[in-house]
Write a protein that binds this ligand. Structure first.
Ligand code: VTB
Length: 314
């Protein structure tokens, strides 16, 4: 996979973040639609034959199966994307809205439908020491030991949902500090790999597609992601079966979800655990992004100033 691609795709997440941040706090889906449109247009400047494996809904722009990318080159890649993760958050001006893209080798990203996934995400210190097949208490103890701290020193992030009441109780009983999130477990999952994020582990059930994206980012960062599908309705069970995912009780590791060669780029839309949101200033705006590649484990934090008078036309 062409290493330069990593620096090209960040333009795509920047474009989506700039357009959606403009519409932050409007209380509707306008930011989501703007992010998808900007992302699709910016993709045309990428020299690749990219097939969307995980996209924005079944139809419309950026749907699964759509070919994106331009130019004459035929670098065959697969793409998983979320033009605006945290659309509800963005609509209310909350934290952790992001625009992101994961690029993998052709045929290696699991084409997972929109359903739920039980997730376990930790940074590098927890790689190889936690296990979704063990209890949250055991995982917290193992992570504390690997980090050389007490369980009481760990912060576990869990989405604030009724489905997590037992999990939250257990994490509290184990002694961990529990941070409940209104939305946006994806940014938090990736932030477990940032020593200064204050997040040690993300547990609980959230979007499955966002689980695949988190797996890719954590693989580049040397962390660990494990997931298990948790379909909530019979339709979701059917959609998993139709996607060829027969063993729905299986524990997936990052490599099962996205292969082993990937690139990941994300740009903050609103301030969050991982990235700062778009800041508008006179004549332009500043974006904060991260770009990473699994093969080299290089992680680049990119602050970009966009001058609107000289904005590229996509
Ligand atoms: C949300 C959102 C997450 O999953 O929780 C969603 O905040 C699914 O949960 O960031 P609900 O249907 O209960 O809201 C995510 O989008 C991704 O995991």
């Amino acid at each position: 996979m062409d290493r330069n691609l990593a620096l090209e795709v960040v333009r795509v997440t920047e474009a989506a973040a700039l357009e959606s941040a403009r519409l932050m706090g409007r209380g509707d889906a306008a930011a989501d639609a703007a992010a998808a449109l900007a992302m699709r247009q910016a993709f045309e400047a990428i020299n690749a034959d990219a097939v969307i494996v995980i996209g924005e809904g079944a139809e419309g722009d950026l749907h699964a199966g759509q070919h994106v990318g331009g130019g004459s080159e035929t670098v065959a890649i697969d793409v998983a994307l979320d033009a605006l993760e945290g659309a509800t958050v963005c609509a209310t001006g909350g934290a952790n809205a992001l625009s992101l893209i994961l690029i993998g080798e052709r045929g290696r990203i699991l084409a997972c439908p929109e359903t739920y996934m039980e997730k376990l995400a930790v940074g590098p210190a927890g790689r190889g020491v936690v296990d979704l097949d063990r209890s949250p208490t055991d995982n917290l103890k193992a992570l504390a030991e690997a980090k050389g701290v007490y369980v009481e020193d760990l912060t576990a992030v869990i989405l604030d949902r009724p489905r997590h009441s037992r999990l939250i109780d257990e994490a509290r009983r184990a002694g961990a500090r529990v941070q409940l999130l209104a939305d946006g477990d994806l940014a938090a999952a990736i932030a477990t790999a940032r020593p200064d994020s204050g997040i040690d582990i993300v547990l609980g059930i959230g979007g499955a597609q966002q689980g695949v994206l988190a797996a890719g980012a954590l693989e580049c960062l040397g962390g660990e992601f494990q997931g298990r599908f948790k379909p909530m309705t019979s339709d979701e069970v059917t959609s998993l079966t139709e996607a060829g995912i027969e063993d729905q009780a299986r524990r997936y590791r990052a490599s099962d979800l996205i292969g082993d060669k990937m690139m990941f780029a994300a740009t903050g839309v609103t301030n969050g655990h991982l990235l700062r949101g778009v800041q508008f200033q006179r004549g332009g705006a500043t974006t904060n992004s991260v770009v990473m590649r699994s093969q080299s484990r290089t992680v680049r934090w990119i602050e970009a100033y966009h001058h609107f008078d000289f904005k590229p036309e996509y």
